[in-house]
Write a protein that binds this ligand. Structure first.
Ligand code: 5U1
Length: 711
C-alpha cells in the first residue's frame, strides 16, 4: 500500500469501527462478530503506531486510553450544570405539581411530564462538534468542571463520532456516568486479590474511575453512560419536547435509559415512583430516586430557575441504601466447608425499608482493611439482594471505648484448632463432619431444593436431630422413622406455652395449644418422611450436588453427571479424567478426587446406595442419558439472557452452554431464543420485533425440568 492507500484504509477503519460500535451499543444489533471488530481494531492500532500523524482524536483506538495527564484541567461550562431540588413524599410531590401548574397557569392534569431514573453516578457534560466528541467535563461546582475528555472516550457506550442522520454542527448533552453492579463487583474482587483500593459503592467507584489521570485505568473500569438532557444544539432544529429530544439524541447513538416514561398528573408520577422503587433491587445499577421533568421545552423555559436548580424538574428521592449504626459485636460462623466467617452484629437500623441487624465481614483481611473495632460507628450498605456490608468506619465518632476484634484460634463450635489456608484469606475449621456447624450446613445443603429436595426438613428440625445425636452424617436421615421424627418435633416446643409457631413450610400458626402442636408434629413428620422416600431416585446430578463437594455447584454437578454415567464411575475417575470435564480445572479436580478417596465419604456413599432390603438408604440415582441431553430444545441454539433471573446469570449461562447452546450478549436476527427475566427491557422489545422465541423463567424451569435439571 502506498501512503495514500494507507490514509484511505485508516479512514475506512475509523468509519467501520464507529459504525460497528453504534450497532453494538445503540441498536443492540451487532453487524459483525466481536472477533471481526477486534481484528479491524488491531489493524487500525498497528497503522496508527506506524503513522502516528494519521491517528485522529476521535479514533476508536482512543477507547483504550491515551496519555497520562498531570492534572485534570478546569473547564468553564457554557451553561451551568444545575442540580435538582428534591421531594421525599407524596405531599411534597403534590406541592411541586401544584406549583408547576400555577406557574404555567394550567390545570395539573394538562401538564405532561417525562419520568426518568435518578442514576446514582456522577453528572457529565459531553460536547460534539460536527459529530465528533471534542470535550467532556465533570460537573465540578456547576460553573467550572474538570476536563475528562480522554477518560470519557474510553467509555464503551459513548459514541466518539455521532451516527445516523442530520448530525448537528454543535451539540452539548448532559447525563450520568455510573457503574453496573457486575463491573463494581469485578473491580472490588480484583482489588481484594491485589490488595488495592476497595470502593465503598458503585458511585464512588465511578467517580474514582472517571477522574483517573491515567485514562488507561478508566478504560479497564467498565463505566456506563446514560444521556438525560440535550442542552444545546446547532445546525439541526430540535423537537419541542424533552422526551423527543432524548429520542433524537438516541438516534445519533447516545444511550438513554430504557425505563423513561411520559405521562400526566400526580398519580402517574407517584405510580412511576412506586413502580421503580419495587424494581430498584432488581436493576443492574444503583438509583437513588426518580426524576420528573416538564416535557414541553417552552413550558420549561417559562418556569425558569431558582438559585441552582430548575423549577421544571424535581427528584423524588428513595430511602438511602447506606445508614450509620453501631457495631455491637462480631460472631464467627462456621460454614459447610469449614470456612470461618466473621459476622457483624449491629444496632438494628432500617435501610431502604428493611431492618438490618447483621452484616458480613467476609474474612480477617476485610476486618483489617476496614480497621473496624467493636463499638465503632459504621456505615452499612444494603443494595439489591446482596447481604448487607460494612463499607466504612467513621473514625471521627470514636470515643476511646472501642475494642479490637479478636479472631478465634479454635473453632467456636467444635474446638478444633483453626487453620489458615496458605494463599487464601479464609480461616478454616478442619473438623469436617465431626464439627456440628459443618454437619448442620452439610445436612441443610443435602436436603435443599437443588439437591435431594426433602421438603419440610428445615433448619430447626435438622438442628434438633443433630443435637439429639440422631443424625451424625447425611445417610442417617434415611434411618429415621416417623415416630422418632414426630416426637422430636414435639419435644422442641415448650410444654405449657401458647406461642406463634412458624412451621417448616413457613406458615405461621398463632396461639398454638399443646394439643394442636402435637398433631402438627405428626403431620409434619409424615410429610417429611414421604418427601424423603419419594426422592430415592434423583437424577444423578442432584445427588452429586447434594454431596457438597467443594467447588461442585449445580452446573458442575450437571457436567459431571453428563460425563460419568454412574456414581461409581465418578468415584473411580482419575484427576486427568475429571479435568477433561468442561470448566473443571486442576484445583477442582483435586477436590473432587480427594472427596471420593476419603474413607468416611466412601462409607457414607456406600450406605446411601445400599438397597433398603440390605439395611441401606436405598438411593438409586437416574443416569443422565446422553440422548436426553442432546434432545434438549437448547442444543445448537443461540440464546440471549435478559432481565433479572432468580438464579445467578452466569450459572444459567453455563447450564445452557452445557446443553449445547451458544449464549450471546445481544439480540440479533441470528438469535433463536431470548430468555427474559423480570424487568427485561430493550432486548425483549427487540426480540418481539424480530419474532424471536421468548421464554420466561417459568418456561425455562419447565424445559430444564424435562431434562431433570433443577434451576
Ligand atoms: N434522569 C435525570 N437525572 N438528572 C440529574 N435527569 C436529570 N437531570 C438533571 C440532573 C442533575 O439536571 C437537569 C435539569 C439537566
Amino acid at each position: 500500500m502506498d501512503y495514500e492507500q494507507i490514509k484511505q484504509r485508516v479512514e475506512e477503519l475509523n468509519k467501520l469501527l464507529h459504525q460497528y460500535a453504534y450497532h453494538y451499543y445503540s441498536l443492540d444489533d451487532p453487524l459483525v462478530p466481536d472477533s471481526e471488530y477486534d481484528k479491524l481494531f488491531k489493524e487500525l492500532e498497528a497503522l496508527e503506531k506506524e503513522y502516528p500523524e494519521l491517528k485522529k482524536e476521535s479514533s476508536p483506538t482512543m477507547r483504550v486510553g491515551g496519555e497520562i495527564i498531570s492534572e485534570l484541567e478546569p473547564v468553564t461550562h457554557r451553561t451551568p450544570m444545575l442540580s435538582l431540588d428534591n421531594v421525599f413524599n407524596r405531599d411534597e410531590l403534590s406541592a411541586f405539581v401544584n406549583r408547576t401548574a400555577t406557574g404555567l397557569g394550567k390545570n395539573e392534569e394538562d401538564i405532561e411530564y417525562c419520568a426518568e431514573l435518578k442514576l446514582d453516578g456522577l453528572a457529565l457534560s459531553i460536547i460534539y462538534e460536527n459529530g465528533i466528541l471534542v470535550r467532556a467535563a465533570t460537573r465540578g461546582d456547576g460553573k467550572i468542571g474538570e476536563m475528562v475528555t480522554a477518560q470519557v472516550k474510553t467509555i464503551g457506550n459513548i459514541p466518539l463520532v455521532l451516527q445516523g442522520e442530520n448530525i448537528p454542527t454543535y451539540l452539548e448533552v448532559r447525563g450520568e456516568v455510573f457503574m453496573l453492579h457486575k463491573d463494581f463487583d469485578a473491580l472490588n474482587e480484583y482489588a481484594r486479590v491485589h490488595k488495592t483500593k476497595i470502593f465503598a459503592n458503585p458511585r464512588n467507584a465511578a467517580a474514582g474511575s472517571l477522574r483517573q489521570k491515567d485514562p488507561k485505568i478508566t478504560a479497564k473500569r467498565g463505566l456506563t453512560f446514560n444521556c438525560y438532557f440535550v442542552i444545546e444544539c446547532e445546525g439541526v432544529p430540535l423537537p419541542e419536547t424533552h422526551y423527543e429530544r432524548l429520542l433524537l439524541a438516541r438516534s445519533w447513538g447516545l444511550p438513554i435509559n430504557p425505563l423513561i416514561k411520559v405521562g400526566k398528573g400526580v398519580n402517574f408520577l407517584q405510580n412511576y415512583h412506586d413502580d421503580i422503587l419495587t424494581k430498584r433491587d432488581s436493576l443492574p445499577y444503583d438509583i437513588d430516586g426518580v426524576v420528573f421533568k416538564v416535557n414541553n421545552i417552552k413550558s420549561q423555559q417559562e418556569l425558569g430557575f431558582i438559585s441552582r436548580s430548575p423549577k421544571f424538574a424535581i427528584a423524588h428521592k428513595f430511602p438511602a441504601q447506606e445508614e450509620l449504626t453501631k457495631l455491637l459485636a462480631v460472631d464467627f460462623q462456621v460454614g459447610r466447608t469449614g470456612v470461618v466467617t466473621p459476622v457483624a452484629r449491629l444496632e438494628p437500623v432500617r435501610i431502604s425499608g428493611v431492618l438490618v441487624s447483621n452484616a458480613t465481614l467476609h474474612n480477617k483481611d476485610e476486618i483489617k482493611r476496614l480497621g473496624a473495632k467493636i463499638g465503632d460507628v459504621v456505615s452499612v450498605r444494603r443494595a439489591g439482594d446482596v447481604i448487607p456490608q460494612i463499607v466504612r468506619v467513621i473514625e471521627e465518632r470514636r470515643d476511646g471505648s472501642e475494642c479490637e476484634i479478636l479472631f478465634p484460634v479454635i473453632c467456636p463450635v467444635c474446638g478444633s484448632p483453626l487453620e489458615q489456608i496458605p494463599e487464601e484469606a479464609a480461616i478454616r475449621c478442619p473438623g469436617g463432619l465431626s464439627c456440628k456447624a459443618q454437619l448442620i450446613e452439610s445436612i441443610n445443603h443435602y436436603v435443599s431444593r437443588d439437591a435431594m429436595d426433602i421438603r419440610g426438613l428445615g433448619d430447626t428440625i435438622v438442628n434438633a436431630l443433630i443435637r439429639a445425636n440422631i443424625v451424625k452424617s447425611i445417610n442417617d436421615i434415611y434411618h429415621i422413622d416417623e415416630a422418632t421424627l414426630a416426637s422430636l418435633i414435639l419435644s422442641d416446643i415448650p410444654q405449657n406455652e401458647e406461642k406463634e409457631l412458624v412451621l417448616e413450610d413457613e406458615t405461621l400458626v398463632k396461639s398454638v395449644t399443646k394439643k394442636k402442636v402435637r398433631t402438627l408434629g405428626k403431620v409434619n413428620a409424615k410429610k417429611i418422611i414421604a418427601s424423603r422416600d419419594n426422592n430415592l431416585n434423583p437424577p444423578l446430578n442432584k445427588l452429586i450436588f447434594a454431596l457438597g463437594i467443594r467447588d461442585v455447584g449445580v452446573s458442575t454437578a450437571f457436567s459431571l453427571a453428563k460425563k460419568f454415567a454412574s456414581i461409581d464411575l465418578l468415584m473411580n475417575a482419575s484427576i486427568a479424567e475429571l479435568m477433561s470435564v468442561d470448566d473443571i480445572g486442576i484445583v477442582s479436580s483435586e477436590h473432587i478426587y480427594n472427596f471420593f478417596k476419603d474413607e468416611h465419604n466412601k462409607a457414607v456413599i456406600a450406605d446411601l446406595l445400599r438397597p433398603l432390603s440390605e439395611g441401606g438408604c436405598g438411593i438409586s440415582p437416574k443416569t443422565l442419558v446422553q440422548n436426553e441431553v442432546r434432545d434438549s430444545i437448547f442444543e445448537g441454539k443461540t440464546i440471549v439472557l435478559t432481565g433479572t433471573l432468580s438464579k445467578d446469570r452466569s450459572e444459567v449461562k453455563e447450564l445452557l452452554q452445557n446443553l449445547g447452546a451458544k449464549v450471546t450478549g445481544s439480540v440479533s436476527k441470528a438469535t433463536d431464543i431470548v430468555i427474559a427475566g423480570a424487568n427485561a427491557g430493550s432486548k425483549l422489545q427487540k426480540a418481539t420485533t424480530y419474532g424471536i422465541t421468548i421464554m420466561d423463567e417459568d418456561k425455562l424451569i419447565e424445559e430444564l425440568a424435562k431434562l431433570n435439571i433443577p434451576l
